[in-house]
Design a protein around this ligand. Structure first.
Ligand code: TMP
Length: 239
């Protein structure tokens, strides 16, 4: 499958058409941004890691009955995916307080919740991805009531599967962001990526950050953290 016309270039990926109208190729870049693109940089080797990690996790989720856009890994950075219409909602699931949750509610990071939380933001860079609730999403016609129910159900199931997997790697899944898409027949599937760019991943024992927070917060050791987390995943799946 060859890359055709470039459809879109995002902050971390490019998307290309293929000869099959139902399939696209996503190509992962090393570019990193934070704070809605205000902070820009490069994380050497990130594209290769995020591509392989996202694909491995999506295949693991598929085995557990979660529908995803993943079709086939084509190369180090390129993956064939089903063409979807992205639902313009960013879904954030949290197991432990961190980031904007800690900031909004004035609590420390690291508080373990009794039950996971879910929140939505409107995927719109110009507006800075504002937070919204289900009623707002319906009012803005971003998704139907049924689609939102499906997205919530899938997101919590994904959380359970990912939490268990990362725990087996000695890693605590703190929080993460998901995006979903509609296939041409309307089926909702998991899309975008699951990677250290979109998850907070802490070493279970030391709580060392093994994710993009090292870039967001200028902590250093960014590349090492991405390599470490990828190494843990590969050891676990025997890659
Ligand atoms: P937050 O604490 O900044 O709201 O982030 C929650 C989770 O969502 C964290 O794992 C990082 C991820 N995330 C993204 O993937 N993209 C984004 O644009 C933002 C703001 C967060």
């Amino acid at each position: 499958m060859n890359k055709g016309v470039q459809l879109y270039e995002g902050k971390a990926k490019k998307v290309f058409e293929t000869e099959n109208p139902e399939l696209l190729i996503v190509s992962y870049k090393d570019d990193a941004t934070a704070f809605n693109g205000l902070k820009k940089g490069t994380i050497e080797g990130k594209g290769v890691i995020n591509n392989r990690m996202s694909n491995a996790l999506m295949q693991m989720l598929a085995k557990k009955g979660i529908p995803t856009h993943f079709v086939k890994e084509l190369s180090e950075r390129d993956t064939l995916v089903k063409r979807v219409q992205i639902v313009p909602l960013e879904v954030i699931i949290r197991n432990i307080s961190a980031g904007s949750f800690a900031k909004h509610y004035g609590v420390e990071e690291g508080i373990v919740f009794d039950a996971p939380t879910i929140e939505f933001s409107y995927k719109n860079d110009e507006l800075g991805d504002p937070l919204l609730n289900e009623y707002h999403a319906l009012a803005l016609k971003l998704a139907t009531k049924e689609e939102i129910e499906t997205i919530k159900d899938l997101s919590f199931r994904i959380n359970e599967a990912l939490k268990e997997f990362w725990l087996s790697c000695g890693v605590t899944l703190v929080d993460f962001k998901l995006e979903f898409g509609r296939l041409s027949d309307g089926t909702i599937v998991l899309a975008d990526e699951i990677s250290p760019d979109t998850c907070r991943l802490w070493d279970s024992k030391t709580h060392e950050k093994l994710d993009k927070d090292r870039f967001r917060r200028d902590m250093g050791g960014v590349e090492d953290a991405y390599r470490e987390i990828m190494g843990r995943l590969e050891k676990q799946i025997g890659g």
